[in-house]
Design a protein around this ligand. Structure first.
Ligand code: 5GP
Length: 190
């Protein structure tokens, strides 16, 4: 644990498994307040509005940006916009909750500018080959989309030194437990 344990930002390369780790935390660590982002991307099968994301039209997202309602936002993979709702995060921090943002690197940099004493955690793949395997294995993106995500991932890997801590996502449960420890919480006994 270090810095401000009230606000932790988890970022890392594409397909490193940030989503899997945050899903594990949502399902197993109710003591972690996981921010639900707004996005212009369409829901994937099984995704629920208000649980996985707040799904927004381009116009609705514009209004959030213009109204200053986003703590950070970014265009991810050159396509859709994603952003963190400022009011809900501020309220959770004020209530003393342990807040976790799972966002991309551009967003993490914006949070670092706004809240320098937040706790920044980089989720790293065990290896480049493993990261490529995970991306291709997911099978939800077209080859062009996969290529675009890999290009983004190369740039993102170089950002590790900007972070306070690195967690290797070798195994989801272990990585989630380490992240929870870095948030100042106690990992569950098993
Ligand atoms: P996906 O479309 O696979 O759910 O997410 C794509 C990427 O968007 C992931 O790298 C995820 O970290 C990022 N992302 C999700 N929510 C936010 C957000 O609120 N802000 C930013 N900057 N990135 C986000």
């Amino acid at each position: 644990m270090s810095k401000n344990p009230g606000l932790t930002v988890l970022a890392g390369p594409t397909a490193v498994g940030k989503g899997t780790v945050s899903t594990y935390i949502r399902d197993n660590y109710p003591e972690v307040w996981l921010s639900v982002s707004a996005t212009t991307r369409a829901p994937r099968p099984g995704e629920k509005d208000g649980v996985h994301y707040f799904f927004k039209s381009a116009e609705e997202f514009d209004a959030l940006v213009e109204g200053g309602q986003l703590l950070e936002w970014a265009v991810v993979h050159g396509k859709n916009r994603y952003g963190t709702l400022r009011s809900t995060v501020d309220a959770a921090i004020a209530e003393g909750k342990s807040v976790l943002l799972e966002i991309d690197l551009q967003g993490a940099r914006q949070v670092k500018a706004a809240v320098p004493d937040a706790n920044f955690v980089f989720l790293a793949p065990p290896s480049w080959d493993e990261m490529v395997r995970r991306l291709v294995g997911r099978g939800t993106e077209t080859p062009e989309e996969q290529q675009r995500r890999l290009e983004t991932a190369k740039l993102e890997l170089a950002a590790e030194p900007e972070f306070d801590h690195t967690v290797i996502n070798d195994e989801v449960r272990r990585a989630a437990d380490e992240l929870v420890s870095l948030m100042g919480l106690t990992p569950h006994q098993r």
